[in-house]
Design a protein around this ligand. Structure first.
Ligand SMILES: C[S@@+](CC[C@H](N)C(=O)[O-])C[C@H]1O[C@@H](n2cnc3c(N)ncnc32)[C@H](O)[C@@H]1O
Length: 223
């Protein structure tokens, strides 16, 4: 298994990224449980990947941002832009719902990301964050994928604890509304079964694979 930085990793992952995994299924579950509805909101999907989660149908405006040209190209969407989420190409106070799903573990430092989300969020904006859970790393799981040629690669990942996310978000001006873990259980048993991995299911049952947080932008002081 080769260890790749984020750009090289997603360059190779892009053509096969659309296949759902146990992690992406748990991320969806957490998002359904934690996120306010998209209806009528202006939405930023930060680290949108192929853009498959951008909830444009019910949003008044939705845009995705990703570092990887290859991921954006694989998704073929038009409402996306290539950029680093630590330097977002938007003016302040544009969005009232920001999603950042399965991205922040790729960053060594969380503060620059949360500071940008705070800058582009409107007053009372919601921020949904999901990520690969530190318990999964402790149990030996890695951010890996199999490329088109069948080779397995691991992508750069930095472990952040639950308190790292919460304390950094709060220092950037958010309050914590909820936090929740996505656990291996009946909702993903079928995925393990179809992959012929029931022994892994029995081993992983109850393990937190995905962490989820809902934050809210604190009222801004206006002079
Ligand atoms: C696991 S994928 C998640 C994609 C999407 N959020 C989803 O749930 O399907 C992680 C994505 O984060 C992107 N990413 C990593 N670091 C980034 C950064 N600093 N700025 C923007 N995107 C970044 C990667 O290019 C990749 O597309």
């Amino acid at each position: 298994m080769t260890y790749l930085n984020v750009r090289d990793g997603y360059r190779l992952w892009a053509p096969v990224y659309a296949s759902e995994t146990v992690v992406s299924a748990l991320d969806e579950e957490l998002t359904r449980a934690l996120s306010p509805p998209a209806n009528g909101r202006t939405i930023l999907d930060a680290g949108c990947g192929i853009g498959r989660r951008i909830p444009q149908a019910r949003a008044s405006f939705a845009v995705g941002v990703d570092l990887s040209f290859e991921m954006l190209a694989a998704g073929g969407r038009t409402n996306v832009v290539a950029a680093d989420l630590r330097a977002l190409p938007f003016p302040a106070e544009q969005f009232d719902l920001i999603w950042c799903r399965l991205v922040l573990g790729h960053l060594r430092d969380l503060l620059s990301a949360f500071s940008e989300f705070s800058r582009v969020g409107r007053e009372n904006a919601y921020l949904l964050v999901t990520d690969f859970h530190p318990d999964a790393v402790a149990a030996g799981h890695v951010r890996s994928f199999r490329d088109l040629a069948g080779a397995v690669h691991e992508v750069e990942h930095h472990v952040h604890s639950e308190s790292d996310y919460i304390e950094t978000a709060e220092s950037a001006g958010f309050t914590t509304v909820a936090s929740r873990a996505g656990l291996v259980g009946p909702s993903v048993e079928g995925m393990y079964g179809r992959a012929g991995r029931m022994a892994a299911y029995e081993r992983d049952k109850g393990l937190a694979l995905v962490a989820g947080f809902l934050f809210k932008q604190q009222n801004r002081c206006r002079s």
